[in-house]
Design a protein around this ligand. Structure first.
Ligand SMILES: Nc1ncnc2c1ncn2[C@@H]1O[C@H](COP(=O)(O)OP(=O)(O)OP(=O)(O)O)[C@@H](O)[C@H]1O
Ligand SMILES: [Mg+2]
Length: 532
C-alpha cells in the first residue's frame, strides 16, 4: 500500500524525479572538478608563468566549490519540499483510512499507538527521503566519480584507495552503531523524564494532599540522573568520531606522500596529479562516513514502511451504500446475535420499534445495552440476524444520513475545541444561531449569551454539560434519540429535568434510553436484558 501511495505521488510530481536525477549527476561531476583544476594549475600553469591563465584557473577552482554548494543547496531544497509534500499526502491517506476502519479496530487501538503511526513512522519515512535513499545515491555516485578520477591517474593508487575504503567503512559502522545505541537509550529515557513530569502535573493535587512530594522528587531525580548518564555516553562517541577520522585521513595522506617521495615511479603520477589525487582522497572520506549513517536511516525507515503497511491492513468497514431513508421510521432487531471476539454478548435478540415509540433498555453492567445501540447505529454488524431501519441494514447506512436521523446523549459529553455554536451544531452550518439560543433556553442554559466564544468544558459542571448535550440533540432535531447512561454523572434533579425536556421535545420521535436508575421516559416500554 505504501508503495502504491508513493507511486501515485511521484506520478503527480514527475518534475521532482527529473530534477533530483539531474542534481545528483551534477553534484557527482562537481565533486571531482576542483581536484582536476588543481592538477592543471600545478602541472601546466605554475611552471609556464602564464599568470592570467593562473588567475582564471584559480577563479574557476573557487567557483567550482561555490557551484557545488549551490547545487547541494538546491538538491536539499527540492528534497525537503517534496518530502514534506509527500508526508502531508501520506497523512491524509492515513486519516481517510482511519475513517474506514471498523469500529472494533478503532476502539481496540489506543490513541498513543495510532498517533505513533502518524508521527513517529511518518517522520522516519521523511528521513528516507531527506537523508536516506537520495543522499546514499548521491554519495555512491560521488565515490564512483572520485574513484574513476583516481584510477585514470594511477591504477596502483586506485587499488590502495580501494583497500583503505573497507577499513574506514568498518570503523564508521562500529562507532555509529554504538552512538545510535546510546542515542536510543537517551531517547527512551527522555520519554521517562517527560512521563514522570506529566504524571506529577496530572496528580499534583493527590501528591500535595498525600504529602508524598519528597518521594516523588527522589523518583524524578533518579530518572534525570539516568538520562544524564546515557546522554554523556552518546556525547562521548559524537566527540571522538570527527577527530579520529581526521587523524586517519592525515596518516593516509602522509603515507602516500612518503611513498611518492621515496619512489615517484610507483604511482607514475606528475606532481599535479599527486596533489589532485590527495585532494580527491580527502574528499572521499565524507561520503564513506555518511554511508554507514544512511544505511541505518534506510533500515529504520524500512521498519516504518512495514508498520505503515500494517496500518493499511487493519480491518476496514464495508462501503456504506444506503444514502437515504424515507417514510415513517421502523427499527427492528431480527434474531440478532453478536460476539466480541469469542464472547457472545447478544443472543437471538428480537425487538420492533416504531416511529414515536419510547424504549427503556435495562439490565446489569455487561448485559449488552450499549452493544444494542451500536448495532442500531450500524457501527457493528450482527454475526447472525439483522438490524434494519425501514428494512435496510443499519450497518450499510451512510454517515451523513445517520447524522441527520440519529443523535446520542452519552454519559461522557465530548467536545472538539470549538466555539459554543460549533459544539452545538457539530459544525453543521445549515443550523441557524437562533436555533442554538432557543435550544439553550429550553434546557435552562439561557445564561449563555454569546455562542461565538470558545467552549471551555472546565468552566461547566457535569450537569450543565449534560444539559448542553441535550441542547445539541435539540438543535439537530433528529428522528431517533439514544440516551446512553446520560444520567450516570448528574444529580437526580438535573436528570429528571432532562427526562422532562426530552419527553416534551420527543413526543413524535423514537427514543431509546439506557439507564440503570432514575425516572424513565413517560410511557416507555421497558426491555430487560440479562447477561448471556
Ligand atoms: N469494544 C469491545 N471489545 C470487546 N468487548 C467489549 C467491547 N465493548 C463491550 N464489550 C464487552 O461486551 C459486553 C457488553 O458490553 P456493553 O457495553 O454492551 O454492556 P452494557 O450493558 O452497556 O454495560 P454498562 O451498563 O456497564 O454500560 C461487556 O462484557 C463488555 O466487556
Ligand atoms: Mg453501556
Amino acid at each position: 500500500m505504501f508503495k502504491h501511495i508513493l507511486w501515485l505521488y511521484l506520478k503527480k510530481h514527475k518534475l521532482f524525479m527529473i530534477s533530483i536525477i539531474f542534481l545528483i549527476v551534477v553534484v557527482s561531476v562537481l565533486a571531482v572538478l576542483p581536484a582536476q583544476i588543481l592538477r592543471v594549475i600545478v602541472d601546466d600553469t605554475i611552471g609556464s608563468k602564464n599568470y592570467s591563465k593562473l588567475v582564471i584557473l584559480a577563479v574557476f577552482y573557487t567557483l567550482s566549490y561555490l557551484l557545488l554548494g549551490i547545487i547541494n543547496f538546491l538538491k536539499d531544497l527540492v528534497l525537503v519540499s517534496t518530502s514534506q509534500g509527500f508526508l502531508a499526502y501520506l497523512k491524509i491517506k492515513m486519516l481517510e483510512q482511519v475513517h474506514r476502519f471498523k469500529y472494533q479496530t478503532l476502539v481496540t487501538k489506543d490513541t498513543g499507538s495510532l498517533e505513533a503511526y502518524f508521527n513517529n513512522d511518518t517522520n522516519s519515512i521523511n528521513e528516507l527521503f531527506t537523508s536516506g535513499v537520495i543522499d546514499m545515491t548521491t554519495d555512491l555516485f560521488k565515490m564512483l566519480a572520485i574513484l574513476i578520477s583516481i584510477f585514470i591517474y594511477s591504477w596502483v593508487f586506485g587499488f590502495i584507495v580501494l583497500l583503505i575504503i573497507p577499513f574506514i567503512l568498518l570503523f564508521t559502522a562500529v562507532v555509529r552503531k554504538r552512538m545510535l545505541k546510546a542515542q536510543l537509550k537517551t531517547k527512551n529515557l527522555e520519554g521517562n523524564v517527560n512521563q514522570e513530569l506529566l504524571e506529577n502535573v496530572e496528580n499534583i493535587v493527590t501528591i500535595k494532599t498525600s504529602k508524598c512530594s519528597s518521594y516523588i522528587k527522589k523518583r524524578y531525580q533518579n530518572v534525570l540522573n539516568n538520562h544524564f548518564k546515557a546522554n554523556q555516553a552518546s556525547n562521548f562517541y559524537d566527540a571522538i568520531f570527527s577527530p579520529t577520522m581526521q587523524i586517519i585521513r592525515s596518516v593516509v595522506v602522509a603515507v602516500i606522500l612518503l611513498i611518492s617521495g621515496v619512489n615517484s615511479s610507483i604511482f607514475g603520477m606528475s606532481i599535479g596529479m599527486i596533489i589532485s589525487a590527495i585532494s580527491l582522497l580527502t574528499d572521499l572520506f565524507s561520503p564513506i562516513e555518511n554511508l554507514g549513517m544512511e544505511i541505518q536511516t534506510i533500515q529504520k525507515s524500512l521498519a516504518a514502511v512495514k508498520r505503515i503497511n500494517e496500518f493499511f491492513a487493519f480491518p476496514i468497514d464495508e462501503v456504506k451504500t444506503i444514502t437515504s431513508i424515507t417514510g415513517p421510521l421502523a427499527l427492528s432487531y431480527h434474531n440478532v446475535s453478536f460476539s466480541y471476539d469469542k464472547k457472545e454478548v447478544i443472543k437471538n435478540f428480537n425487538l420492533d420499534i416504531s416511529q414515536n415509540a419510547k424504549i427503556s433498555l435495562q439490565g446489569p453492567s455487561g448485559s449488552g445495552k450499549s452493544t444494542l445501540m451500536k448495532l442500531a447505529l450500524g457501527l457493528i454488524k450482527p454475526d447472525r440476524g439483522e438490524v434494519l431501519l425501514n428494512d435496510k441494514p443499519t450497518y450499510l447506512l451512510n454517515e451523513e444520513e445517520r447524522q441527520k436521523l440519529v443523535q446520542i446523549v452519552y454519559q461522557e459529553p465530548f467536545f472538539s475545541a470549538g466555539t459554543i455554536y460549533e459544539e452545538l451544531t457539530l459544525r453543521d452550518q445549515t443550523i441557524k444561531p437562533e436555533a442554538c439560543y432557543l435550544a439553550l433556553n429550553l434546557v435552562g442554559l439561557s445564561y449563555i449569551k454569546d455562542i461565538n466564544v470558545l467552549l471551555n468544558p472546565k468552566e461547566y459542571s457535569s450537569g450543565e454539560l449534560a444539559l448542553f448535550n441535550v441542547a445539541r440533540v435539540i438543535v439537530h432535531n433528529p428522528q431517533i434519540i439514544f440516551l446512553d447512561e446520560m444520567n450516570a454523572k448528574i444529580d437526580p434533579y438535573t436528570s429528571n429535568k432532562i427526562i422532562n425536556i426530552i419527553d416534551e421535545f420527543a413526543k413524535d420521535k423514537m427514543v431509546i434510553s439506557i439507564n440503570h436508575y432514575g425516572k424513565p421516559l413517560a410511557n416507555a416500554k421497558i426491555i430487560k436484558l440479562t447477561n448471556c
